[in-house]
Ligand binder design. Structure first.
Ligand code: MTE
Ligand code: MO
Length: 344
């Protein structure tokens, strides 16, 4: 474990670890160093959007107005698009974010953990065709063709608030289908208490998987079954009336608008039904910063910044600070799932 140099993330673009000789998995690695989470991982985890460099990234991305809109896979299904909007999910207090902002200011560590400009790194990524594997406590294992899955569902549009743990936010018109419909299709047995989602992970297609080996790829997330079956839980296959751009998680990505953005795994190709609370990517990396539940709560600060307000990205030239709502404004839908949390 010699020759390990760790720099905070804001000191430069080169990797934090210049030598990372054989280690099996990041957890063992951090344990071997005998360090707690916060200090060591500060360069690996999220930075608050109050950091000015984040906003500079937004402006820089704006200078390339064509690229981010041009990354929809050619072979993505378009059936049912644009879909009718479901009127139950109106967002009236703020405007819809621009499509350019939503497709050029992204978090997707499989491509890059540092900059928000993911779209121009997605050239080699081929989300279609692909197979969704369904495993664990199910009547039987399934290998589902994802194009066929999308084409077999009734596609609807839902306008949802979106809140990243870094304290920036948008309002996004997703298209897709309720997560409950997918779970129905998977036929979990009564033993399943939780569901895991695992993202695609390919070194040849995703530069961040190749050059950031200290992360525990593939990205993995999870929910309780009652959360996954809630009306709000959504599987997005598109946005702004088009199929999902690659940087937004093509071919399918999970959307859980009452939770911080990282709970919604992108580019999922594996679902597993399990009997206990599963480990999750960010919670394993820094348990003091990211909990399993990760419900949006303005009263609970992140250890490194407040969560009481957020930078709302309306479009790339127009960012303003607004207050954060309990459960991101979705207490009426999900408040009853968490009897121990305040609704106020
Ligand atoms: N597989 C995977 N899923 C992911 C991430 C990631 O790095 N990898 N980032 C998460 C985070 S931190 C956020 S805020 C959202 C960003 O989604 P967007 O770029 O479409 O807005 O995706 C989430 N899902
Ligand atoms: Mo995020």
């Amino acid at each position: 474990m010699a020759n390990i140099i760790i720099k905070p993330g804001w000191q430069g673009r080169e990797s934090e670890i210049t030598t990372h000789s054989a280690y099996s998995g990041r957890r063992t690695f951090v344990k071997a160093l005998g360090l707690g989470s916060i200090g060591i991982v500060s360069g690996w985890t999220h930075l608050s959007c109050t950091d000015d460099s984040r906003v500079r990234d937004v402006v820089r991305a704006a200078k390339d107005p064509d690229g981010p809109l041009d990354t929809i896979p050619e072979n993505a299904p378009r059936k049912g698009l644009p879909a009718n909007r479901n009127a139950s999910f109106e967002v009236s207090e703020r405007e819809v974010s621009s499509r350019l902002a939503a497709s050029s200011y992204n978090n997707f560590y499989e491509f890059d953990g540092r900059s928000k400009e993911i779209w121009h790194l997605t050239e080699n990524f081929n989300p279609f065709p692909s197979t969704l594997k369904v495993r664990g406590h199910v009547e039987k294992n399934l290998d589902i063709n994802i194009s066929e899955l999308i084409e077999s569902m009734d596609i609807e549009e839902r306008l949802y608030r979106f809140r990243c743990v870094e304290a920036w936010s948008m309002t996004i018109p997703w298209s897709g289908f309720p997560m409950a419909k997918l779970i129905e299709r998977c036929k979990p047995t009564s033993k399943a208490t939780h569901v895991r989602f695992v993202s695609m992970s390919d070194k040849d297609e995703m530069p961040g998987v190749a050059n950031q080996p200290w992360y525990e790829w593939p990205y993995y997330e999870g929910l309780r079954m009652d959360e996954a079956m809630n009306d709000l839980a959504f599987v997005a296959t598109g946005m702004y009336g088009e199929p999902l751009p690659k940087q937004n998680g093509s071919p399918i990505r999970m959307v859980l608008p009452w939770k911080y953005g990282y709970k919604g795994a992108k580019s999922v190709n594996y679902i597993e039904f399990v009997r206990k609370e599963p480990n999750t990517f960010w919670n394993d990396l820094a348990p003091t910063e990211y909990s399993f539940l990760s419900n949006i709560n303005p009263h609970v600060p992140h250890p490194r910044w407040s969560q009481a307000s957020e930078r709302f990205i309306s479009d790339l030239e127009s960012v303003r600070r607004i207050p954060t709502k309990m459960f991101n404004g979705y207490a009426d839908w999900v408040g009853n799932l968490y009897p121990d949390e305040p609704i106020g």
